[in-house]
Design a protein around this ligand. Sequence first.
Ligand code: IPE
Ligand code: IPE
Ligand code: MG
Length: 264
Amino acid sequence: MANDISFDTPPSVLPAGKQNIPRHVAIIMDGNGRWAEKRNQPRIMGHRAGVEAVRGMVEGCAKNGVEVLTLFAFSSENWRRPKQEVGLLMELFMTALGREVKRLHKNNVRLRVVGDIEGFSKPLQKRVAEAQALTQENTGLTVVVAANYGGRWDITQAAKYLAAQVQAGQLNVEDITPERMADAMSLADLPEPDLFIRTGGESRISNFLLWQLAYTEFYFSDILWPDFNIDALNNAIVSFATRQRRFGRTGQQVEQNKTRTTSC
Ligand code: IPE
Ligand code: IPE
Ligand code: MG
């Protein structure tokens, strides 16, 4: 599905045969600090450069026909960083939201923020609410920013929601199914992530979308986030396109099913 989008740069030219575009790409944007340290700059410079990379990624995903892009911006564990870095990150979040939202809106992007937003300052919460309200009717790429987000928090809040329904007599314990849990999780209304990308060389999930990534294809890149450009994104999408997703079936079953669906 092509998004109705009109960014300034020409559409990306993807390698031939790459038709299998992920509907939902979820990214752990890691390596900002090391990017800056390599340049003898303060870590915040890496975070600033990281915002530029986000801009490129939004354009790249929109042009490739990706429907949802989820970006891990601040984890529930990132509060453990030095106070100064956390403060600067909050400032950056505030200014970047204010600056980018008009551009996103102009390009028909719908912005969503997921996570325990109440952990943020009131002015930041207000800015988040305004950005979401402004862009909520847009029909192009959906950009989800995971902020003060943790996969364990997400599962816990879903469990609490269902427990409250049981307590109120609206739900039987026997009716709690994986589907009902899924409906109570963040991003429930969106397709599950097809492609997970982590930049920065680490091979871990760091409490990102623990529930939602159950059948997602993983792609790890050594590139530090500020250097992760459209070519790097295209490489990840090409890698995704070559994979066979079996969801528990055999490879043969998947192949047979493909022939059946394409021949009718
Ligand atoms: C990711 O980059 C951004 C956030 C966690 C906010 P890092 O800041 O973790 O960069 P490294 O891993 O220290 O290089
Ligand atoms: C994960 O990166 C969180 C974000 C990118 C927002 P971290 O750099 O915080 O992850 P760890 O601590 O190395 O696992
Ligand atoms: Mg890191």
